[in-house]
Ligand binder design. Sequence first.
Ligand SMILES: Cc1ncc(COP(=O)(O)O)c(C=O)c1O
Length: 458
Amino acid sequence: MKLPYAEPYKIKMVESIKRSTQDQRKKWIKEAHYNLFNLSSDKVFIDLLTDSGTGAMSDQQWAAMMSGDESYAGSQSFLKLKEVVNKITGFTYFLPTHQGRAAENVLFSAMVKEGDLVPGNSHFDTTKGHIEFRKASAIDCTIDEAFDTAILHPFKGNVNLEKLEKVFIENSKDKIPFVILTITCNSSGGQPVSMKNIKAVSKLCKSYDIPLFFDSARYAENAYFIKTREEGYQNKSIKEIVKECFSYGDGMTISAKKDGLVNMGGFIALNDEEIYKKATVFNIMFEGFLTYGGMNGRDMAALAVGLDEATEFDYLESRIEQVGYLGKKLVEFGVPVLQPFGGHAIFIDANKFVPTIPRDEYRAQALAIELYIIGGIRGVEIGTVLADRDPFTRKNRYPELELVRLAIPRRTYSQNHINYVAVALKNIFDTRNEAKSGYVIVDEAPIMRHFTVKFEKI
Ligand SMILES: Cc1ncc(COP(=O)(O)O)c(C=O)c1O
Protein backbone atom coordinates (compact mmCIF):
# COMPACT_ATOMS: atom_id res chain seq x y z
CA MET A 1 0.00 0.00 0.00
CA LYS A 2 1.27 3.49 -0.87
CA LEU A 3 2.15 5.46 2.26
CA PRO A 4 -0.12 8.49 2.77
CA TYR A 5 1.28 11.99 2.80
CA ALA A 6 2.50 13.33 6.17
CA GLU A 7 3.81 16.77 7.09
CA PRO A 8 7.59 17.23 7.24
CA TYR A 9 7.46 18.65 10.81
CA LYS A 10 6.25 17.72 14.28
CA ILE A 11 4.71 19.96 16.94
CA LYS A 12 6.79 21.35 19.81
CA MET A 13 4.33 23.78 21.38
CA VAL A 14 0.53 24.07 21.34
CA GLU A 15 -1.86 27.02 21.73
CA SER A 16 -5.42 26.54 23.03
CA ILE A 17 -8.34 27.77 20.97
CA LYS A 18 -11.85 28.31 22.38
CA ARG A 19 -15.07 26.63 21.37
CA SER A 20 -18.39 28.51 21.63
CA THR A 21 -22.09 28.01 20.84
CA GLN A 22 -24.07 29.35 17.88
CA ASP A 23 -26.12 31.55 20.23
CA GLN A 24 -22.97 33.12 21.66
CA ARG A 25 -21.62 33.74 18.17
CA LYS A 26 -24.88 35.34 16.97
CA LYS A 27 -24.62 37.81 19.84
CA TRP A 28 -20.90 38.48 19.34
CA ILE A 29 -21.12 39.11 15.61
CA LYS A 30 -24.02 41.55 16.13
CA GLU A 31 -21.96 43.39 18.75
CA ALA A 32 -19.11 43.47 16.19
CA HIS A 33 -21.48 45.26 13.72
CA TYR A 34 -21.26 42.19 11.49
CA ASN A 35 -17.64 42.99 10.68
CA LEU A 36 -15.44 39.92 11.28
CA PHE A 37 -12.40 42.18 11.78
CA ASN A 38 -14.10 43.49 14.93
CA LEU A 39 -14.23 40.09 16.67
CA SER A 40 -11.73 39.43 19.42
CA SER A 41 -9.74 36.28 18.67
CA ASP A 42 -11.02 34.37 21.72
CA LYS A 43 -14.45 34.40 20.05
CA VAL A 44 -13.09 32.60 16.99
CA PHE A 45 -12.50 28.83 16.89
CA ILE A 46 -10.65 28.49 13.57
CA ASP A 47 -9.18 31.71 12.28
CA LEU A 48 -8.87 31.79 8.50
CA LEU A 49 -9.13 35.58 8.25
CA THR A 50 -5.64 35.77 6.83
CA ASP A 51 -2.43 33.86 6.25
CA SER A 52 -0.57 37.09 6.98
CA GLY A 53 1.64 36.94 10.05
CA THR A 54 -0.45 34.13 11.53
CA GLY A 55 1.81 31.15 10.77
CA ALA A 56 4.00 29.16 13.14
CA MET A 57 7.73 29.86 13.19
CA SER A 58 10.17 26.96 13.29
CA ASP A 59 12.49 26.09 16.18
CA GLN A 60 15.36 27.41 14.02
CA GLN A 61 13.62 30.77 13.66
CA TRP A 62 12.97 31.00 17.39
CA ALA A 63 16.62 30.11 18.02
CA ALA A 64 17.71 32.85 15.59
CA MET A 65 15.58 35.37 17.50
CA MET A 66 17.77 34.89 20.55
CA SER A 67 20.78 36.12 18.59
CA GLY A 68 18.97 39.21 17.20
CA ASP A 69 21.20 42.29 17.27
CA GLU A 70 19.14 45.28 18.43
CA SER A 71 21.77 47.92 17.55
CA TYR A 72 20.16 51.04 16.12
CA ALA A 73 22.81 51.31 13.39
CA GLY A 74 24.79 48.56 11.70
CA SER A 75 22.81 45.69 13.25
CA GLN A 76 24.37 42.30 12.49
CA SER A 77 20.85 40.93 11.98
CA PHE A 78 20.31 43.53 9.23
CA LEU A 79 23.57 42.55 7.53
CA LYS A 80 22.70 38.85 7.70
CA LEU A 81 19.20 39.52 6.32
CA LYS A 82 20.62 41.69 3.52
CA GLU A 83 22.94 38.83 2.56
CA VAL A 84 20.05 36.30 2.49
CA VAL A 85 17.81 38.67 0.50
CA ASN A 86 20.57 39.17 -2.02
CA LYS A 87 21.22 35.42 -2.23
CA ILE A 88 17.52 34.56 -2.71
CA THR A 89 16.31 37.44 -4.88
CA GLY A 90 19.49 38.62 -6.61
CA PHE A 91 18.59 42.29 -5.93
CA THR A 92 21.43 44.53 -4.76
CA TYR A 93 19.80 47.19 -2.59
CA PHE A 94 17.64 46.37 0.39
CA LEU A 95 15.47 48.38 2.78
CA PRO A 96 13.61 46.74 5.68
CA THR A 97 10.12 48.01 6.53
CA HIS A 98 7.68 47.02 9.24
CA GLN A 99 5.32 45.22 6.80
CA GLY A 100 4.26 45.02 3.16
CA ARG A 101 2.15 48.16 2.92
CA ALA A 102 4.99 50.12 4.50
CA ALA A 103 7.27 48.91 1.71
CA GLU A 104 4.62 50.11 -0.77
CA ASN A 105 4.36 53.45 1.01
CA VAL A 106 8.11 54.02 0.89
CA LEU A 107 8.62 52.88 -2.72
CA PHE A 108 5.52 54.64 -4.06
CA SER A 109 6.49 57.86 -2.25
CA ALA A 110 9.67 57.77 -4.29
CA MET A 111 8.07 56.78 -7.60
CA VAL A 112 4.31 57.54 -7.91
CA LYS A 113 2.83 61.01 -8.48
CA GLU A 114 -0.66 62.44 -9.06
CA GLY A 115 -2.20 61.37 -12.39
CA ASP A 116 0.11 58.37 -12.83
CA LEU A 117 -1.03 54.94 -13.98
CA VAL A 118 0.29 51.74 -12.42
CA PRO A 119 -0.69 48.71 -14.50
CA GLY A 120 -0.44 45.16 -13.20
CA ASN A 121 -2.40 42.00 -12.46
CA SER A 122 -5.26 42.56 -9.95
CA HIS A 123 -3.55 44.83 -7.40
CA PHE A 124 -3.88 43.95 -3.73
CA ASP A 125 -6.02 46.39 -1.73
CA THR A 126 -3.14 48.08 0.13
CA THR A 127 -1.25 48.43 -3.15
CA LYS A 128 -4.26 49.97 -4.84
CA GLY A 129 -4.88 52.08 -1.72
CA HIS A 130 -1.36 53.49 -1.81
CA ILE A 131 -1.67 54.24 -5.53
CA GLU A 132 -5.08 55.92 -5.21
CA PHE A 133 -4.02 57.82 -2.08
CA ARG A 134 -1.50 59.55 -4.37
CA LYS A 135 -4.32 60.34 -6.85
CA ALA A 136 -2.89 57.86 -9.32
CA SER A 137 -4.76 54.87 -10.84
CA ALA A 138 -4.17 51.13 -10.70
CA ILE A 139 -4.95 49.50 -14.07
CA ASP A 140 -5.91 45.82 -13.92
CA CYS A 141 -4.50 43.90 -16.88
CA THR A 142 -5.17 40.36 -15.61
CA ILE A 143 -6.21 37.72 -18.16
CA ASP A 144 -10.00 37.34 -18.54
CA GLU A 145 -9.89 33.66 -17.52
CA ALA A 146 -9.10 34.80 -13.97
CA PHE A 147 -12.66 36.04 -13.58
CA ASP A 148 -14.36 32.76 -14.40
CA THR A 149 -14.19 30.54 -11.33
CA ALA A 150 -14.83 27.36 -13.34
CA ILE A 151 -12.01 27.68 -15.92
CA LEU A 152 -9.07 25.46 -15.01
CA HIS A 153 -6.29 27.74 -16.26
CA PRO A 154 -3.04 26.85 -14.46
CA PHE A 155 -1.81 30.46 -14.21
CA LYS A 156 -4.79 32.70 -13.55
CA GLY A 157 -2.55 35.43 -12.16
CA ASN A 158 -1.10 36.05 -15.64
CA VAL A 159 -1.14 39.46 -17.29
CA ASN A 160 -2.91 39.91 -20.63
CA LEU A 161 -0.09 41.39 -22.71
CA GLU A 162 -2.46 43.15 -25.11
CA LYS A 163 -4.21 44.95 -22.25
CA LEU A 164 -0.82 45.96 -20.84
CA GLU A 165 0.56 47.16 -24.18
CA LYS A 166 -2.63 49.20 -24.76
CA VAL A 167 -1.88 51.12 -21.55
CA PHE A 168 1.69 51.70 -22.76
CA ILE A 169 0.51 52.86 -26.20
CA GLU A 170 -2.29 55.14 -25.00
CA ASN A 171 -0.29 56.93 -22.31
CA SER A 172 3.00 58.74 -22.18
CA LYS A 173 5.89 56.91 -20.55
CA ASP A 174 6.36 59.50 -17.81
CA LYS A 175 2.82 58.72 -16.54
CA ILE A 176 3.71 55.05 -15.93
CA PRO A 177 6.31 54.86 -13.14
CA PHE A 178 6.36 51.04 -13.18
CA VAL A 179 4.32 47.90 -13.70
CA ILE A 180 3.57 45.83 -10.61
CA LEU A 181 3.21 42.07 -10.84
CA THR A 182 1.71 40.39 -7.78
CA ILE A 183 2.99 36.83 -7.23
CA THR A 184 0.86 34.93 -6.43
CA CYS A 185 -2.08 37.18 -7.25
CA ASN A 186 -4.04 37.48 -4.00
CA SER A 187 -6.93 39.54 -5.41
CA SER A 188 -7.65 37.06 -8.20
CA GLY A 189 -7.63 34.14 -5.77
CA GLY A 190 -4.03 33.34 -4.84
CA GLN A 191 -3.41 32.43 -8.45
CA PRO A 192 0.11 32.06 -9.82
CA VAL A 193 1.87 33.83 -12.67
CA SER A 194 3.83 31.59 -15.04
CA MET A 195 7.50 32.14 -15.78
CA LYS A 196 6.59 32.47 -19.44
CA ASN A 197 4.25 35.36 -18.59
CA ILE A 198 6.76 36.99 -16.23
CA LYS A 199 9.36 36.85 -19.01
CA ALA A 200 6.94 38.29 -21.58
CA VAL A 201 5.81 41.12 -19.28
CA SER A 202 9.45 41.91 -18.55
CA LYS A 203 10.28 42.00 -22.27
CA LEU A 204 7.33 44.30 -22.99
CA CYS A 205 8.26 46.61 -20.11
CA LYS A 206 11.86 46.77 -21.34
CA SER A 207 10.75 47.61 -24.88
CA TYR A 208 8.82 50.63 -23.50
CA ASP A 209 11.56 51.41 -20.95
CA ILE A 210 9.21 50.97 -17.99
CA PRO A 211 10.47 49.29 -14.80
CA LEU A 212 8.89 46.08 -13.54
CA PHE A 213 8.39 45.51 -9.82
CA PHE A 214 7.06 42.45 -8.05
CA ASP A 215 4.63 42.48 -5.15
CA SER A 216 6.21 39.34 -3.76
CA ALA A 217 4.23 38.37 -0.63
CA ARG A 218 3.85 34.78 -1.91
CA TYR A 219 6.81 34.53 -4.28
CA ALA A 220 7.81 31.05 -2.98
CA GLU A 221 4.29 29.65 -3.44
CA ASN A 222 4.35 31.08 -6.97
CA ALA A 223 7.62 29.23 -7.59
CA TYR A 224 6.04 25.98 -6.32
CA PHE A 225 3.28 26.33 -8.91
CA ILE A 226 5.83 27.01 -11.65
CA LYS A 227 7.76 23.90 -10.63
CA THR A 228 4.68 21.68 -10.51
CA ARG A 229 2.71 23.13 -13.45
CA GLU A 230 5.04 24.70 -15.99
CA GLU A 231 6.99 22.68 -18.51
CA GLY A 232 10.73 22.84 -18.13
CA TYR A 233 10.79 23.61 -14.40
CA GLN A 234 10.19 20.16 -12.82
CA ASN A 235 13.89 19.55 -12.29
CA LYS A 236 14.74 23.03 -11.02
CA SER A 237 14.92 23.78 -7.32
CA ILE A 238 12.54 26.35 -5.81
CA LYS A 239 15.51 28.59 -5.08
CA GLU A 240 16.58 28.47 -8.75
CA ILE A 241 13.04 29.30 -9.89
CA VAL A 242 12.77 32.21 -7.45
CA LYS A 243 16.10 33.62 -8.62
CA GLU A 244 15.10 33.34 -12.27
CA CYS A 245 11.74 35.00 -11.62
CA PHE A 246 13.27 38.02 -9.87
CA SER A 247 15.96 38.30 -12.56
CA TYR A 248 13.25 39.58 -14.94
CA GLY A 249 12.33 42.52 -12.69
CA ASP A 250 13.86 45.74 -11.42
CA GLY A 251 12.80 45.35 -7.83
CA MET A 252 10.25 44.10 -5.34
CA THR A 253 8.19 44.93 -2.31
CA ILE A 254 7.22 42.17 0.06
CA SER A 255 5.06 41.53 3.05
CA ALA A 256 7.35 39.09 4.87
CA LYS A 257 4.35 37.96 6.94
CA LYS A 258 3.55 35.43 4.23
CA ASP A 259 6.48 33.72 2.50
CA GLY A 260 8.95 35.23 4.95
CA LEU A 261 7.40 32.91 7.55
CA VAL A 262 7.47 35.64 10.22
CA ASN A 263 4.74 37.38 12.17
CA MET A 264 5.81 40.91 11.23
CA GLY A 265 8.10 42.46 8.64
CA GLY A 266 8.59 43.48 5.06
CA PHE A 267 11.16 44.98 2.75
CA ILE A 268 12.02 46.57 -0.56
CA ALA A 269 14.81 45.15 -2.72
CA LEU A 270 15.90 46.64 -6.02
CA ASN A 271 18.76 47.26 -8.43
CA ASP A 272 18.49 50.96 -9.32
CA GLU A 273 20.71 53.10 -7.11
CA GLU A 274 18.81 56.33 -7.87
CA ILE A 275 15.43 54.89 -6.81
CA TYR A 276 17.09 53.29 -3.77
CA LYS A 277 18.54 56.67 -2.72
CA LYS A 278 15.15 58.37 -3.10
CA ALA A 279 13.45 55.57 -1.14
CA THR A 280 15.97 55.79 1.72
CA VAL A 281 14.72 59.28 2.53
CA PHE A 282 11.14 58.03 2.91
CA ASN A 283 12.30 54.90 4.76
CA ILE A 284 13.97 57.05 7.39
CA MET A 285 10.93 59.35 7.57
CA PHE A 286 8.23 56.66 7.82
CA GLU A 287 9.94 53.49 9.04
CA GLY A 288 13.21 54.06 10.85
CA PHE A 289 16.93 54.09 10.24
CA LEU A 290 18.13 52.12 7.23
CA THR A 291 19.47 49.17 9.19
CA TYR A 292 16.19 48.32 10.93
CA GLY A 293 13.39 50.18 9.07
CA GLY A 294 10.62 49.34 11.53
CA MET A 295 11.80 45.84 12.43
CA ASN A 296 13.44 44.50 15.58
CA GLY A 297 16.85 42.90 15.19
CA ARG A 298 15.34 39.60 16.36
CA ASP A 299 12.59 39.78 13.74
CA MET A 300 15.17 40.39 11.01
CA ALA A 301 17.10 37.36 12.32
CA ALA A 302 13.97 35.17 12.17
CA LEU A 303 13.17 36.48 8.68
CA ALA A 304 16.61 35.53 7.37
CA VAL A 305 15.91 31.92 8.42
CA GLY A 306 12.26 32.09 7.24
CA LEU A 307 13.19 33.14 3.69
CA ASP A 308 15.46 30.15 3.47
CA GLU A 309 12.86 27.69 4.87
CA ALA A 310 10.06 29.04 2.66
CA THR A 311 12.06 28.32 -0.47
CA GLU A 312 12.40 24.60 0.32
CA PHE A 313 10.23 22.22 -1.67
CA ASP A 314 9.18 19.98 1.27
CA TYR A 315 7.80 22.91 3.23
CA LEU A 316 5.94 24.29 0.18
CA GLU A 317 4.48 20.91 -0.70
CA SER A 318 2.98 20.45 2.79
CA ARG A 319 1.67 24.01 2.76
CA ILE A 320 0.05 24.01 -0.67
CA GLU A 321 -1.25 20.46 -0.45
CA GLN A 322 -3.05 21.28 2.82
CA VAL A 323 -4.81 24.18 1.13
CA GLY A 324 -5.64 21.89 -1.80
CA TYR A 325 -7.04 19.25 0.58
CA LEU A 326 -9.66 21.74 1.80
CA GLY A 327 -10.47 22.64 -1.81
CA LYS A 328 -10.93 19.00 -2.80
CA LYS A 329 -13.23 18.31 0.19
CA LEU A 330 -15.40 21.28 -0.73
CA VAL A 331 -15.61 20.20 -4.37
CA GLU A 332 -16.68 16.73 -3.16
CA PHE A 333 -19.50 18.42 -1.21
CA GLY A 334 -20.56 20.43 -4.27
CA VAL A 335 -19.55 23.79 -2.79
CA PRO A 336 -18.59 26.24 -5.60
CA VAL A 337 -14.95 27.21 -5.18
CA LEU A 338 -12.45 29.01 -7.33
CA GLN A 339 -10.38 26.56 -9.34
CA PRO A 340 -7.57 25.73 -9.59
CA PHE A 341 -7.16 26.17 -5.84
CA GLY A 342 -5.07 29.14 -4.72
CA GLY A 343 -1.74 28.72 -2.98
CA HIS A 344 -2.64 30.28 0.35
CA ALA A 345 -6.42 30.11 0.44
CA ILE A 346 -9.60 28.60 -0.84
CA PHE A 347 -12.07 31.05 -2.29
CA ILE A 348 -15.79 30.32 -2.14
CA ASP A 349 -17.76 31.67 -5.07
CA ALA A 350 -20.58 33.56 -3.37
CA ASN A 351 -22.22 34.48 -6.70
CA LYS A 352 -22.90 30.78 -7.23
CA PHE A 353 -23.38 29.87 -3.56
CA VAL A 354 -25.97 32.51 -2.61
CA PRO A 355 -27.30 34.17 -5.78
CA THR A 356 -30.53 34.65 -3.82
CA ILE A 357 -28.95 37.51 -1.84
CA PRO A 358 -28.83 40.74 -3.94
CA ARG A 359 -25.33 42.00 -4.77
CA ASP A 360 -25.98 45.36 -3.16
CA GLU A 361 -26.68 43.49 0.07
CA TYR A 362 -23.11 42.14 0.11
CA ARG A 363 -23.72 38.44 -0.48
CA ALA A 364 -20.11 37.34 0.14
CA GLN A 365 -20.07 39.21 3.45
CA ALA A 366 -23.38 37.52 4.36
CA LEU A 367 -21.84 34.11 3.64
CA ALA A 368 -18.74 34.88 5.72
CA ILE A 369 -20.99 35.88 8.63
CA GLU A 370 -22.99 32.66 8.33
CA LEU A 371 -19.80 30.58 8.38
CA TYR A 372 -18.80 32.28 11.60
CA ILE A 373 -22.20 31.67 13.18
CA ILE A 374 -22.34 28.01 12.13
CA GLY A 375 -18.76 26.96 12.88
CA GLY A 376 -16.91 29.76 14.70
CA ILE A 377 -14.76 30.01 11.55
CA ARG A 378 -13.51 33.42 10.51
CA GLY A 379 -12.96 33.99 6.79
CA VAL A 380 -13.01 37.28 4.92
CA GLU A 381 -15.05 38.88 2.16
CA ILE A 382 -13.20 39.56 -1.08
CA GLY A 383 -15.95 41.25 -3.04
CA THR A 384 -17.89 44.49 -3.15
CA VAL A 385 -17.00 45.53 0.39
CA LEU A 386 -13.28 45.10 -0.27
CA ALA A 387 -13.53 46.70 -3.73
CA ASP A 388 -14.45 49.99 -2.03
CA ARG A 389 -16.14 52.92 -3.75
CA ASP A 390 -14.88 54.54 -6.92
CA PRO A 391 -12.69 57.43 -5.68
CA PHE A 392 -14.29 59.84 -8.17
CA THR A 393 -17.98 58.83 -8.35
CA ARG A 394 -18.15 57.39 -4.77
CA LYS A 395 -20.37 54.61 -6.12
CA ASN A 396 -19.87 50.99 -5.05
CA ARG A 397 -17.50 49.14 -7.36
CA TYR A 398 -18.85 45.70 -8.19
CA PRO A 399 -15.97 43.34 -8.95
CA GLU A 400 -16.52 40.39 -11.27
CA LEU A 401 -16.15 37.97 -8.38
CA GLU A 402 -17.83 37.91 -4.98
CA LEU A 403 -15.66 35.63 -2.87
CA VAL A 404 -15.22 34.46 0.69
CA ARG A 405 -11.58 33.75 1.29
CA LEU A 406 -10.49 31.05 3.72
CA ALA A 407 -6.79 31.74 4.14
CA ILE A 408 -4.81 28.96 5.76
CA PRO A 409 -2.09 30.07 8.19
CA ARG A 410 1.25 28.35 7.57
CA ARG A 411 2.13 25.27 9.70
CA THR A 412 -0.73 26.09 12.13
CA TYR A 413 -3.86 23.93 11.77
CA SER A 414 -4.21 20.15 11.56
CA GLN A 415 -6.11 18.10 8.99
CA ASN A 416 -8.92 17.71 11.57
CA HIS A 417 -9.40 21.47 11.61
CA ILE A 418 -9.56 21.45 7.83
CA ASN A 419 -12.19 18.68 7.87
CA TYR A 420 -14.24 20.68 10.40
CA VAL A 421 -14.20 23.74 8.11
CA ALA A 422 -15.30 21.68 5.11
CA VAL A 423 -18.28 20.17 6.96
CA ALA A 424 -19.39 23.57 8.34
CA LEU A 425 -19.53 24.88 4.77
CA LYS A 426 -21.34 21.81 3.51
CA ASN A 427 -24.04 22.35 6.15
CA ILE A 428 -24.54 25.96 5.04
CA PHE A 429 -24.55 24.91 1.40
CA ASP A 430 -27.31 22.37 2.05
CA THR A 431 -29.61 25.14 3.35
CA ARG A 432 -28.47 27.92 0.98
CA ASN A 433 -31.87 28.53 -0.63
CA GLU A 434 -33.23 29.88 2.66
CA ALA A 435 -30.86 32.89 2.41
CA LYS A 436 -32.80 35.79 0.87
CA SER A 437 -31.36 39.00 2.27
CA GLY A 438 -27.99 40.37 3.34
CA TYR A 439 -26.64 43.50 5.01
CA VAL A 440 -26.62 47.27 4.68
CA ILE A 441 -23.60 49.50 5.43
CA VAL A 442 -24.27 52.03 8.19
CA ASP A 443 -20.75 53.44 8.62
CA GLU A 444 -17.60 53.32 6.48
CA ALA A 445 -14.16 54.93 6.06
CA PRO A 446 -13.38 56.85 2.83
CA ILE A 447 -10.67 54.35 1.81
CA MET A 448 -10.00 50.67 2.69
CA ARG A 449 -13.42 50.56 4.31
CA HIS A 450 -13.50 46.79 4.88
CA PHE A 451 -11.36 46.95 8.02
CA THR A 452 -13.73 49.20 9.96
CA VAL A 453 -17.06 49.14 8.10
CA LYS A 454 -20.23 48.62 10.16
CA PHE A 455 -23.27 46.73 8.89
CA GLU A 456 -26.85 46.12 9.95
CA LYS A 457 -28.76 42.99 9.06
CA ILE A 458 -31.58 43.55 6.57
C1 LIG B 1 -0.22 40.61 -2.33
C2 LIG B 1 -0.10 41.46 -1.11
N1 LIG B 1 0.56 42.62 -1.16
C3 LIG B 1 0.69 43.40 -0.09
C4 LIG B 1 0.15 43.06 1.11
C5 LIG B 1 0.27 43.99 2.29
O1 LIG B 1 1.12 43.47 3.26
P1 LIG B 1 0.98 43.80 4.81
O2 LIG B 1 -0.29 43.23 5.28
O3 LIG B 1 2.18 43.16 5.41
O4 LIG B 1 1.03 45.28 4.95
C6 LIG B 1 -0.55 41.86 1.23
C7 LIG B 1 -1.17 41.48 2.51
O5 LIG B 1 -2.00 40.63 2.61
C8 LIG B 1 -0.68 41.03 0.08
O6 LIG B 1 -1.35 39.87 0.11
